[in-house]
Design a protein around this ligand. Structure first.
Ligand code: ATP
Length: 358
């Protein structure tokens, strides 16, 4: 029997609620399957720890989680802590040293879910956004001088390296090739940003020849937003920089019905380090502690984790269970126009998983 050790880092706000729900669902899948076990270990890292001890995670935190098979992450963000501290102190502090350079964000309209786009249903919007996750605009390079003076300067330097661009573009080309439509759109802003972005375009021209089966096209990021809204069916796999894909994937999540549905995988494709799986949404303090957070983004992220661990059967059983529940439309959280609680959605998904056994 395979046993997977999972580092569970629920983090802040509704992160704690949806990760607890996700672990329940994972346990139900393991029981149904009978051929693997999930062993979660909890780490209470996040903003409460920062307020108590001055750091989001302990100094040897990376050593603690490195031996795990995967990381299941909730969210980091708290109104009492500046956003750049909660982000850099936890999520980015894990992603960057663990070389989780491929951030994969599927966006698909689930059965029974209504897109805010008129006349767009399941099948009309089925994308995977690949976000460069280790450098670019979020490299952390820069500085601030003459603080508080009229001459103050703030600099954020986008760092693009050939090796970093090549590895994410190859990852996206391979992913596109594995999908039925074999279609990849490169997003840059190479008209206005004439160095790093032009390099992105040039490297793409070099690499795409190695993938003759993949049809490619190119968009500027501003035009991409309108194409996503006006012609979603024309897109399939998308690759973009850290910042651009961050923005586009929030738009994508909203177009698929709710931020609460969307998943993310932060992959270290070489498997030198554990990969990290998390719902796309943040800590949503406005609904925290009420038991009404939509756990489906966390469930879908758990399915991506199972896929990465090699449990494709359990991953697709979980996706079918999610689709059964959204398709039936009876048990929905408030963000989807329903009244159901996190626990009720979790129960419905677990019942669907058990039903799949019958
Ligand atoms: P952060 O600052 O941690 O990035 P946030 O609290 O600013 O996050 P998000 O979590 O990204 O915001 O979400 C914005 C809003 O969408 C929330 O305030 C909440 O109302 C809603 N929302 C997000 N996730 C969910 C969810 N899982 N279930 C229900 N509503 C959600």
């Amino acid at each position: 029997m395979n046993t997977y050790r999972i580092a569970a880092i629920p983090g802040d706000g509704i992160g704690t609620e949806v990760i607890a729900a996700g672990l329940e669902v994972l346990a139900a899948l393991a029981t149904r399957d009978g051929s693997f076990r999930i062993e979660p270990v909890h780490f209470d890292w996040g903003s409460n720890r920062y307020l108590r001890e001055g750091a989001m995670m302990p100094a040897d935190g990376l050593d603690q989680i490195k031996p795990f098979d995967a990381i299941y992450f909730g969210s980091a963000g708290d109104p009492r802590v500046p956003d750049h501290i909660s982000l850099w102190g936890l999520r980015l502090a894990i992603c960057q040293p663990f070389e989780q350079y491929a951030n994969v964000r599927p966006a698909r309209i689930l059965p029974g879910i209504e897109s805010p786009l008129r006349g767009v249903g399941p099948g009309d919007l089925d994308w995977v956004i690949v976000r460069e996750n280790s450098e670019g605009e979020y490299s952390g390079a820069g500085g601030r001088v003459h603080r508080g003076f009229g001459s103050e300067v703030g600099l954020d330097v986008a760092v693009f390296t050939r090796s970093g661009v090549e590895r994410i573009q190859r990852f996206a080309l391979e992913l596109a090739r594995s999908r039925p439509r074999k279609l990849l759109t490169l997003v840059t802003k190479s008209n206005a940003q004439r160095h790093g972005m032009v390099m992105w375009d040039a490297i793409f021209e070099e690499l795409k020849g190695d993938y003759p089966e993949v049809t490619t096209d190119k968009m500027l990021v501003d035009a991409m937003t309108t194409r996503m809204v006006l012609n979603p069916a024309s897109l399939d796999t998308i690759v973009a920089t850290n910042l651009h894909a961050d923005v586009l994937s929030d738009l994508a999540a909203a177009l698929t019905g709710s931020l609460g549905l969307a998943p993310t995988a932060n992959l270290n494709p070489e498997r030198d380090f554990p990969s990290m799986f998390e719902p796309i949404h943040g800590s949503a303090f406005d609904i925290m502690g009420q038991g009404i957070a939509n756990p489906i983004g966390a469930f879908w992220s758990a399915a991506m984790m199972l896929e990465h661990l090699g449990e494709a059967g359990a991953a697709s059983a979980l996706i079918s269970a999610i689709e059964q529940v959204t398709g039936a439309g009876r048990v929905r959280t408030r963000d989807l126009g329903g009244e159901a609680t996190t626990a009720e959605v979790t129960g419905a998904v677990i019942a669907a998983i058990a039903g799949a056994n019958a």
